[in-house]
Design a protein around this ligand. Sequence first.
Ligand SMILES: [Zn+2]
Ligand SMILES: [Zn+2]
Length: 174
Amino acid sequence: MFIELKDLLTIANKHLEVPCNMEAKSFEYMGNEYPLTEIKPFDLCLTNDSNKELLISGETSLKVIIPCDRCLENVPTEFNIRIDRVLKVDNGMLLDDADGDDDFVNENQLDVDRLIFDEILVNWPAKVLCKDDCKGICLICGQNLNIQDCGCNRHVIDSRMAAFQDVFDQFKEV
Ligand SMILES: [Zn+2]
Ligand SMILES: [Zn+2]
């Protein structure tokens, strides 16, 4: 969904509340596609502050279906989205942001999906587990160990994997 900002940007202190609904049904991140569900419709508040700044705010929530880090079961992960952005305005035009984090506006059009994508990205969890004590999958036969134990002897592999995981975790923290 796009919102045309042209009129708003030329009328000082004009305020708009635009009913919004995200149109995208999935979110792409690091080459993977994650389905979106339970996207809550919301009002986006837009204010032209003295022809100098455009204030953008709103709140919504949605769920992103993310596979569990250990067993790969889908986990509907809730995101509470709080939008609070300020863009510089000059002469009825949005000024280019030097930081380049204003890619949700283009030619005075505001891309609502993109705005929310930015917030999802900022709030992306470091780790997603279906439950705190998820047992993961068997590295020998692929059985989901939360459902049942397969009886494989994983002792050797588990300790090797644990060492590997330590190295990986250290790497992630850098
Ligand atoms: Zn799991
Ligand atoms: Zn097994």
